[in-house]
Design a binder for this molecule. Structure first.
Ligand code: ZN
Length: 373
C-alpha cells in the first residue's frame, strides 16, 4: 500500500511530462540530425586529438599545408565572426536573443570543423606529402587530374544547394516515419467491428444493377498510426450518375458502415470520418440540385447556416432510419458476410455476389434500375 502511494504520483508525473519529454527527445534528435557532421568532427577531435602526429614531426610539405590551413582557417573564422557580430549588434537590434544564439552555434560549428580539419592534416600528413611529391614529379598528369576534379566540383556547385543538414534531416525524418509507422496488430474485437462496418457497406452494392469491376472488401489485421482505414470496400471505377435514385444510394452507402455497426455491435467506433465527409458532400450536391428540402448555396447569414444544418440533420436522420430498417431485414445476412470476411480478411466480387443475391430490399433502400446509374 505504501509502495502504491509512492508509485502513483511518480507515474502521474511521468505521464504528464511524457509529451514534453517526447518533444525534447524530438528536438534533440533534430539537433543531432542537423549537426551530424559537426558532432562527428567533435567525436573525432575528442577521441583522436591526443594521438595525432605532432606538427613538427610531419613531412615538410604536409607541415606547410597545415600552417597555411591554420592561418587561412583562423582568418576565415575570425572574419566570419566579426561580420556576423557586426550584423548582430548594428543591423538587427530586435532579435538579439535568437540571433546571438545562432551566432554562438555558428561559431562552435565552424571552430569544431576547423580544428577537425587541422587534425586531419596531421593524420594524413604523409599522404599529403606523397601527393605533393607525386604532383611535382608528374606536373602534366597532376594538372589534368586537378582539372578533372575542378569540372566535377563546378558541376556540383551548379546544382541547387542541398545542405548536408537537409539530407541528414530527411534521413532522420524518414527513420522517424519508419519507427512511427510500425504496424501494430489489432485486437480481435476491433477487427470484428471493422468487418461488420465493411460488410455493411458491401451489402449496399446489392442495389446496383451490376457489381463494378475490381470490387473488393478488405479488413486490415494490423494498422500503422498513419493508416486512414481499418478496412475498405474498393472498386476500380466508382459509378457516377446525377439521378436522384443514384445520389440517394451513394448517401446510403456512406452511412451503411456506421448503421451496420450500430445495429450489430450496439455502438459505433471512430473509423467513419471519411464516410461522414463523403455523405455531407453528396448530400450538399443532392440538396443543391433541388432534390430535397430548400438548401442555401451561400450560407452567408446565420439564419441560412441554421437552416442548412437543420436540413442536413433531418436528411441524415432519415437515411439512418432507412438503413436501420434495411439492416434489420438483413441482420442474419450481415452477420454471415461479416464472419466470412473475418475468416478470409479479403473478399472479391465472386465471393460476395452470393450474399448480395440474398439481400432483402425495403421501401427506401431499393434496387436501382439500369437507367438510374
Ligand atoms: Zn466506412
Amino acid at each position: 500500500m505504501q509502495m502504491m502511494k509512492r508509485v502513483r504520483p511518480i507515474v502521474g508525473v511521468l505521464r504528464a511530462s511524457l509529451p514534453s519529454l517526447l518533444s525534447v527527445i524530438e528536438s534533440l534528435g533534430g539537433f543531432v540530425a542537423a549537426n551530424a557532421i559537426v558532432l562527428l568532427a567533435l567525436a573525432f577531435i575528442v577521441t583522436l586529438g591526443k594521438s595525432a602526429p605532432a606538427v613538427d614531426s610531419l613531412p615538410a610539405t604536409a607541415r606547410i599545408t597545415f600552417e597555411v590551413a591554420e592561418r587561412l582557417g583562423t582568418l576565415v573564422v575570425t572574419l566570419w565572426m566579426v561580420w556576423r557580430g557586426l550584423f548582430l549588434f548594428f543591423a538587427f537590434g530586435d532579435h538579439h536573443d535568437t540571433r546571438a544564439w545562432d551566432l554562438a552555434i555558428g561559431i562552435v560549428q565552424r571552430v569544431v570543423l576547423f580544428v577537425a580539419s587541422l587534425l586531419a592534416i596531421r593524420y594524413f600528413g604523409s599522404v599529403i606529402a606523397d601527393t605533393v611529391a607525386y604532383m611535382l614529379a608528374n606536373p602534366g598528369t597532376s594538372v589534368a587530374t586537378l582539372l578533372g576534379i575542378a569540372v566535377i566540383a563546378a558541376s556540383y556547385f551548379l546544382v541547387p544547394k542541398v545542405q548536408s543538414r537537409e539530407v541528414v534531416g530527411v534521413a532522420y525524418r524518414a527513420t522517424g516515419v519508419a519507427v512511427a509507422g510500425r504496424r501494430m496488430p489489432r485486437l480481435a474485437e476491433d477487427i470484428r467491428r471493422t468487418a461488420t462496418h465493411e460488410a455493411g457497406h458491401a451489402l449496399l452494392y446489392a442495389a446496383l444493377p451490376s457489381l463494378p469491376d475490381g470490387f473488393k472488401v478488405k479488413v486490415l489485421e494490423s494498422v500503422a498510426p498513419s493508416d486512414e482505414y481499418r478496412g475498405f470496400v474498393r472498386v476500380d471505377k466508382f459509378p457516377s450518375a446525377a439521378t436522384e435514385g443514384f445520389l440517394r444510394w451513394c448517401m446510403y452507402l456512406d452511412l451503411a458502415g456506421m448503421a451496420a455497426e450500430l445495429l450489430a455491435c450496439g455502438d459505433r467506433a471512430d473509423g467513419a470520418r471519411g464516410d461522414m465527409s463523403r455523405w455531407i458532400a453528396v448530400a450538399r450536391a443532392y440538396l443543391l440540385a433541388g432534390l430535397g428540402e430548400l438548401f442555401y448555396a451561400d450560407s452567408g447569414t446565420p439564419e441560412h447556416v441554421a437552416h442548412n444544418r437543420l436540413v442536413l440533420n433531418t436528411l441524415r436522420a432519415e437515411h439512418e432510419e432507412a438503413l436501420f430498417e434495411f439492416f434489420d431485414a438483413n441482420l442474419d445476412l450481415l452477420r454471415e458476410l461479416r464472419d466470412r470476411l473475418l475468416e478470409a480478411r479479403e473478399l472479391g466480387a465472386d465471393e460476395v455476389a452470393p450474399y448480395l443475391a440474398r439481400v432483402t430490399f425495403t421501401s427506401t433502400v431499393r434496387r436501382l434500375r439500369a437507367e438510374e446509374v
